[in-house]
Design a protein around this ligand. Structure first.
Ligand code: AMP
Length: 396
C-alpha cells in the first residue's frame, strides 16, 4: 500500500477528500476551523510538490442545493488557514469543474462545491464516483470524520485509482493512534469509559476487553453496574434493562484478567443543576431523591496511581456531567492525571464526541498524545468494525 510520501505530485491533479464540515454562525462565518487546520499538512504537501489540489467535501445535511450549505462560505477561512488562494468551483461534477481543472496551474488549490448537493454522493453511486474520479490522477482520502460512510467520495471512488490512492496525513495518524491502543505490546493498557449509557458503549467494551488491563468506568454508566450489584443509586441515571449485561461484562472482565474500577464515592445532587445541593456519598448508598453526577474524591485518589502506571490510555466519555461546573471536577482531575502521565511517556488517545469536547473545554487538548477528530468513525473503529473509507484505500 502506498503512503502519501510515495508519490511524485509534480504536475499531477490530486483529488483530496477532506472533511470541511465546519460549524458556521448565522452570518456564515466559520466558528471552528479545526477541521481545515487538520487537513492542512496533506494539502500543502501536494501543492508544495507542484501538484494541483482538488478538494472535495460535504457541509451539513443539505436537501438538494441549498445556499446555506454552500462551501463558498468557507473559502475565505480556508485561504487564511492554508495561507494560499483557493479557487472555488460552483459544482463538483460537470463542465464548470472540467474547465476549472483544465485551467488550474500546478500548485493551485481548487475547492469543489458541497458533494451532498448531489444525492448520489450519500447513495454511494458508482456513476457519480466515476464522474468525480475524472478530475484527478491520484486520490487521497484525508477525511476521518466520514471514513465510516460508504459514500461516493469517501469509498467508492477509490476503485478508480487502484494504483494511485493513499491516506492523507490526518487519516493515517488517526488509524495509527487507534492501532497503537488496540494492538499495544506496551502494558498496562487502560480504557476510561464514561458518558451516560452502557448501551451506547457495549460494543466497544466487548471489543476492547481482550486488549486492555484496566477498565475505568465513570459517568452515568456507573449506576447500571452499581444497581446490578445491589447498591442504592437514588434517582441516578440507570438502564434497568442493561443490568444483566453489566454483570456479564464484569464476569468476562474477570475471566480475561481485566481489572474493573468502578467509582467508590460520588458527588450526589438533589437536582440536575448547578444550583443543586450536593453531598459526597458512597456510590452504593445514594439516598432517594439524590443522583450521582460526578465521581467523588476517594475515587479520584484511587484512580490516580492506575493512570500513572498505564503505558497506554484510551479515554472515551466524561466521568461526570462536566457541562455543569459543579460536576466537572472529576473529569478535569482525571484529565490532569492523564496529561501528567502523557508527559512521562504514556500514550494517550482521546476519542468520541464528549470527551473531546471536555479536553478542549479544559485546555487539555495539547497535553494528550492524540485527540481524535472523528467521533462516529473513531467509535466504530474501537468497536472493531472495518470502515469503508479505510478498506477502500487498503484493498485492491
Ligand atoms: P456519551 O455521549 O454517552 O459519552 O455521554 C456524555 C454525556 O454523559 C455528557 O453529556 C455528560 O453530561 C453525561 N453524564 C456524565 N456523567 C453523568 C451522570 N453521572 N449522570 C448523568 N449524565 C452524565
Amino acid at each position: 500500500m502506498k503512503t502519501i510520501n510515495d508519490f511524485d505530485f509534480k504536475d499531477k491533479k490530486v483529488l483530496i477528500r477532506v472533511d470541511f464540515n465546519v460549524p458556521l454562525d448565522a452570518n456564515f462565518n466559520v466558528t471552528d476551523a479545526n477541521r481545515i487546520e487538520a487537513a492542512k499538512p496533506t494539502i500543502l504537501k501536494v501543492v508544495q510538490a507542484g501538484g494541483t489540489a482538488i478538494l472535495m467535501s460535504h457541509l451539513g445535511r443539505p436537501k438538494g442545493v441549498q445556499d446555506q450549505f454552500s462551501l463558498r462560505h468557507i473559502v475565505a477561512k480556508t485561504e487564511e488557514v492554508l495561507g494560499r488562494p483557493v479557487i472555488f468551483v460552483e459544482d463538483s461534477v460537470g463542465s464548470a469543474v472540467e474547465a476549472a481543472v483544465k485551467n488550474s496551474p500546478s500548485g493551485s488549490i481548487l475547492l469543489l462545491e458541497n458533494l451532498r448537493f448531489h444525492p448520489e454522493e450519500e447513495q454511494g453511486s458508482a456513476d457519480f464516483a466515476s464522474k468525480l474520479a475524472q478530475w484527478g490522477d491520484i486520490y487521497i482520502n484525508d477525511a476521518f470524520g466520514t471514513a465510516h460512510r460508504a459514500h461516493a467520495s469517501t469509498a467508492i471512488i477509490a476503485e478508480f485509482f487502484p494504483e494511485n490512492k493513499a491516506f492523507g496525513y490526518l487519516l493515517a495518524k488517526e488509524i495509527e493512534s487507534i492501532h497503537k491502543v488496540l494492538n499495544s505490546t506496551d502494558k498496562p493498557v487502560t480504557a476510561v469509559l464514561g458518558g451516560s449509557k452502557v448501551s451506547s458503549k457495549i460494543t466497544i467494551i466487548e471489543n476492547i476487553l481482550d486488549k486492555i488491563d484496566h477498565m475505568i468506568i465513570g459517568g452515568g454508566m456507573t449506576f447500571t453496574f452499581i444497581k446490578a450489584l445491589g447498591g442504592q443509586i437514588g434517582s441516578s441515571i440507570c438502564e434497568d434493562d442493561k443490568m444483566e449485561l453489566a454483570l456479564e461484562i464484569m464476569r468476562k472482565a474477570k475471566e480475561k484478567n481485566v481489572q474493573i474500577h468502578l467509582p467508590v464515592d460520588v458527588i450526589a445532587a438533589d437536582a440536575f443543576s448547578n444550583d443543586a445541593q450536593t453531598k459526597i456519598v458512597k456510590v452504593d448508598e445514594i439516598p432517594d431523591g439524590w443522583q450521582g453526577l460526578d465521581v467523588g474524591p476517594q475515587t479520584l485518589a484511587l484512580l490516580k496511581p492506575v493512570i500513572k502506571e498505564s503505558k497506554i490510555i484510551l479515554w472515551n466519555g466524561p466521568l461526570g456531567v462536566f457541562e455543569l461546573e459543579k460536576f466537572s471536577h472529576g473529569t478535569i482531575s482525571l484529565g490532569n492525571d492523564i496529561a501528567e502521565a502523557t508527559q512521562s511517556g504514556t500514550f494517550s488517545l482521546v476519542g468520541g464526541g464528549d470527551s473531546v469536547a471536555a479536553v478542549k473545554q479544559f485546555g487539555l487538548e495539547s497535553k494528550m498524545s492524540y485527540v481524535s477528530t472523528g467521533g462516529g468513525a473513531m467509535l466504530e473503529m474501537l468497536e472493531g468494525k472495518t470502515l469503508p473509507g479505510i478498506a477502500a484505500i487498503e484493498n485492491n
